[in-house]
Design a protein around this ligand. Structure first.
Ligand code: HEC
Ligand code: HEC
Ligand code: HEC
Ligand code: HEC
Ligand code: HEC
Length: 343
């Protein structure tokens, strides 16, 4: 029996089992009895009292971490079991904040679940504030809401270290400042309070990607200058996975004998951390293996000689989820486009 089949069976068994637990331990009933003994084990248990928040999380990359087709493909349907550590993790507080999480074998559709982040070591619930009067009785934890909580899974490629070295961290921000912005929530009685959006937009969201970089195209002393500044990513841009890439591209329109001719697109610069076995440098002038990601706050400008007869230039900034693809691929996102007249 292969792992996938075995997991399938486990899903069925656990499914039946957790149904029983849900009846025995219905969150609301137990909470109403003032009992501390609710066994929190699935995100579903939080849905009834936190419906809007549940809907945000549902469909997020945290929720799909175990079901995501991209991940299933690369992990050989999780036959590479080490991939489960972060894609189907046990609670952070149980393993220890900042430590690498351990894999679980239950609730496959929950991926990185409410329980992963919010379960306390004693089986209670962690939050920002101590709220014994609230049905789920959250306990205040300073550890769970800071960058080190995200680091358990998000430092494999240095994202957390990049953030900690940035001016964003020095100004007192954390990962949630950008990835879990404040949002208004409505209580059951209609009154309002502030909460935190549980969607974690990142590189799969165009607006979020656009907020990372400021792209400028100017003409200086006969040269076309393309420049990108990392103004909005609290870490390198791009970050994490080595297959993410950001490309600055340009082309010229020349006028020959009254006829416009458009050149091919050329790549002025690629921002990326290369794979370990890559021999070719990312850009001309880089060392093989050199990481060309743009650090937080940094600017990279590239100057290109303008060819004789050029009437205008076009420039584009692309984000690519994986490096060796073209502009037509759905995995390429056009972030910015600019045209400058040269005459
Ligand atoms: C029976 C209803 C109920 C259930 C079930 C429930 N909660 Fe709550 N929870 C509440 C209420 C009510 C509040 C208070 C909201 C407010 O501030 O008005 C709350 C507040 C919270 C807070 C915020 C604490 C703070 O810092 O202010 C967290 C975190 C939380 N819940 C997490 C969870 C998680 C995770 C689950 C599922 C494992 C869960 N809750 C299940 C009713 C529930
Ligand atoms: C237990 C491991 C774990 C923890 C803790 C964790 N994450 Fe994640 N996170 C993941 C995994 C796994 C993915 C990718 C899942 C996928 O795409 O299949 C992910 C994806 C993301 C993404 C990318 C979304 C996108 O567009 O691809 C962001 C942003 C993110 N997490 C932010 C955070 C923040 C902020 C924290 C801390 C509050 C945090 N994560 C804590 C495991 C974790
Ligand atoms: C140490 C924690 C950790 C381990 C172990 C891990 N991942 Fe991830 N994975 C993440 C995080 C965090 C992200 C989100 C960041 C990102 O998308 O770059 C992610 C994202 C991904 C993505 C991108 C998903 C998307 O939709 O773009 C793929 C694919 C992936 N992982 C595959 C794997 C495979 C295959 C393995 C096992 C060889 C593995 N991961 C092991 C933490 C981990
Ligand atoms: C990747 C970790 C992570 C996951 C997964 C996660 N949370 Fe949170 N949650 C946080 C962090 C961090 C905060 C912010 C604490 C603060 O205010 O600094 C938070 C805040 C909250 C709050 C209080 C703010 C608000 O918006 O009401 C509630 C309630 C809550 N979470 C419930 C849930 C529930 C229910 C789920 C699952 C549907 C869930 N969380 C999934 C990390 C997580
Ligand atoms: C100042 C705002 C800001 C802060 C702070 C910040 N990020 Fe981001 N993050 C972004 C933006 C913008 C993007 C999209 C551009 C990119 O991918 O770099 C992003 C992208 C991501 C991605 C998607 C990368 C991928 O390849 O899938 C992950 C994961 C992530 N951030 C995690 C974190 C973690 C963990 C922290 C804290 C250690 C953090 N971020 C702090 C703004 C921020």
């Amino acid at each position: 029996m292969n792992l996938a089949t075995r997991l399938g069976l486990v899903v069925i068994v656990i499914g039946a089992f957790s149904g029983t637990i849900a009846v025995l331990n219905d969150g609301k009933k137990a909470a109403a009895q003032g009992s501390n003994k609710v066994r929190w084990e699935s995100s579903k248990q939080c849905q009834e009292c936190h419906p809007a928040l549940y809907d945000e999380w549902y469909g997020s990359h945290h929720q799909i971490a175990f079901t995501n087709p991209e991940v299933r493909l690369l992990s050989d349907d999780f036959r590479k079991e080490e991939c489960m550590d972060c894609h189907l993790p046990r609670p952070l507080a149980v393993t220890g904040f900042g430590k690498r999480t351990l894999p679980r074998r239950t609730h496959f559709n929950d991926g990185v679940s409410c329980i992963t982040c919010h379960l306390a070591a004693d089986g209670g619930i962690l939050g920002r504030n101590h709220r014994p009067e609230v049905p789920c009785q959250p306990q205040a934890s300073a550890q769970f809401s800071i960058a080190s909580a995200c680091a358990s899974c998000h430092n494999q490629h240095g994202t957390t270290d990049q953030f900690l070295a940035s001016h964003f961290a020095k100004q007192g921000n954390n990962c949630a400042t950008c990835h879990m912005p404040e949002i208004e929530r409505v209580r059951k009685d209609g009154s309002k309070r502030m909460g935190r959006k549980h969607v974690w937009d990142g590189c799969h969201n165009k607006e979020s990607l656009q907020s990372a970089g400021k792209f400028e195209v100017t003409v200086e002393a006969g040269e076309l200058v393309l420049s990108l500044s990392n103004v909005g990513a609290g870490h390198n841009f791009p970050t994490e996975e080595r297959h993410r890439a950001v490309d600055m591209m340009y082309r010229f329109v020349t006028n020959e004998g009254g006829e416009n001719k458009t050149s091919q697109w050329h790549r002025a610069y690629r921002f990326r951390q290369p794979y370990r076995d890559e021999q070719e440098p990312i850009n001309e002038g880089n060392e093989p293996g050199e990481n060309t990601q743009l650090t937080a706050g940094a600017t990279k400008a590239v100057r290109i000689k303008i060819p004789a007869g050029a009437a205008s230039a076009e420039a584009r900034l692309w984000y690519r989820l994986t490096p060796f693809i073209g502009d037509d691929s759905p995995q390429s996102t056009l972030l910015y486009e600019q045209r400058v007249n040269l005459k």
